[in-house]
Design a protein around this ligand. Structure first.
Ligand SMILES: C[S@@+](CC[C@H](N)C(=O)[O-])C[C@H]1O[C@@H](n2cnc3c(N)ncnc32)[C@H](O)[C@@H]1O
Length: 184
């Protein structure tokens, strides 16, 4: 099975998925430096036969339509303003019937974000959507209906482990969401 990890960072999520499931996983990330580190770490762990990387934007994936059996993104949406563009690209790259697993940080309706946060120094780089807004995007016929994913499952979690009060405050008021119970 071929899976795409969108916004893979230094490849921890990519390698973990492959290790746990035996899938072939391709990670992409905007940062050349992260991809370079991801490749080095993967070589050190001798996982290069199953795990590959490419520097690319989630908004312009360098893959043909219907290339992957599924995709996942782990906490990557926060800096992406064009969320519909990201979702369309993901579902273009996966085969009809394939699933996308998104485990993402969302904003809270009434609470502002206290900067800096781990993904942004200030509001110019941070684009959090409320969970319900995400849900609406996923149900738009032009974004995902062709993938056959019709049963979003949301999980809400609160984050308490951060020491820094302002970061902690932001996380407590954020929502983590996860669509689809599927593991590959
Ligand atoms: C919080 S890290 C998560 C990394 C990885 N998924 C993990 O769980 O370890 C978010 C990653 O998304 C990447 N990213 C942000 N916007 C992106 C975009 N438009 N296209 C591709 N990658 C992006 C960042 O470079 C960063 O490495």
């Amino acid at each position: 099975m071929q899976i795409l990890d969108v916004g893979c960072g230094v490849g921890g999520s990519t390698r973990r998925l492959s290790h746990e499931t035996g899938c072939y996983v391709t990670g992409i990330d905007l940062s050349d430096e992260y991809i370079d580190a991801a490749e080095r770490l993967t070589d050190l762990l001798k996982m290069q036969d199953r795990v590959k990387f490419e520097a690319a934007s989630a908004l312009d994936l360098p893959f043909d339509d219907n290339t992957f059996d599924g995709a996942w993104s782990i906490q990557m949406n926060m800096n992406v303003e064009d969320k519909l563009g990201w979702l369309k690209e993901v579902f273009r790259a996966i085969k009809p019937g394939g699933r996308a697993v998104l485990y993402e940080v969302c904003g809270h309706k009434n609470t502002p974000v206290y900067f800096p946060v781990p993904w942004a120094q200030d509001s110019s780089m941070s684009f959090l959507y409320h969970q319900s807004h995400f849900g609406k995007l996923l149900h738009r016929p032009d974004s995902i209906s062709r993938s056959g994913m019709t049963r979003p499952i949301c999980q809400r979690r609160h984050f308490h482990k951060w020491q820094n009060q302002r970061v902690s405050q932001t996380y407590r008021n954020s929502e983590y969401i996860c669509w689809s119970e599927t593991t590959y």
